[in-house]
Design a protein around this ligand. Sequence first.
Ligand code: IPE
Ligand code: IPE
Ligand code: MG
Length: 253
Amino acid sequence: MSTKEKINVSLLPEHVAIIMDGNGRWATSHGRPRIFGHKNGVTAVREVTEAAAELGIKYLTLYAFSTENWSRPRVEIDALMGLLLETVGNQLSTLQKNNIRLQTIGDIEQLPPKTKKALENAILQTKDNTRMCLILALNYSSRWEIVEAVKHISHKVKAGILKEEDINDEIFSAHLTTANIPDPELMIRTSGEYRISNYLLWQSAYTELYFTNVLWPDFRKEDFYNAILDYQGRERRFGKTGEQVAKKTITSI
Ligand code: IPE
Ligand code: IPE
Ligand code: MG
């Protein structure tokens, strides 16, 4: 039985979020400049997008550029923005063919105008696609997003549109850039780093975390299937006891 066949399609996560890490180290290990790693990372993006759509996953969020990544050398930032522009252009027809909708989270206003325009165009052209949402986290950080939400909410309270006592989890979630996107059930980080790096902090309150040593440019469908299988073996308790969760599973059958 192949790894893919072992996956229980009735127990798929609806939303998988990935921290695509290790491009630079991959390039160094091949004796090449960092951007060579980013270029090869595009193959992994294509593979994982295809694997997720084929399985029937509804939302795939990829961390492509963090707010903190602006601190990298200018030449790397420029190369990354150029690569993004090129990839969005190249992949648009594939997204259309596969009925995949493109979305972004993060402040894309700060991206170079050409890159921003290409993204906006792809978002508009794919807006009616229904098979899967591919969400790119670009110039994104959770703390930025949370602070923005707080500002937005306080403004509404001040203007009398929202009452302080009505603020709850749900209202707060609705003011994040991920409003209308379900919380990820599974988060994958490649390259053997064990941290979240300012990614979906609010949304990952009960997300299952999966870490692999594979460097992002080497990540393939099989690696993605392994992460899903690992997730399917977890017991998600949400604060309850294992006995309560087991009982619920039996009675709901
Ligand atoms: C992830 O790979 C891609 C981005 C953050 C844009 P890195 O560039 O962080 O690669 P390492 O972690 O330095 O190997
Ligand atoms: C996180 O990777 C951001 C992206 C994958 C875009 P980094 O490589 O920037 O994270 P740190 O700095 O090692 O935590
Ligand atoms: Mg890194």
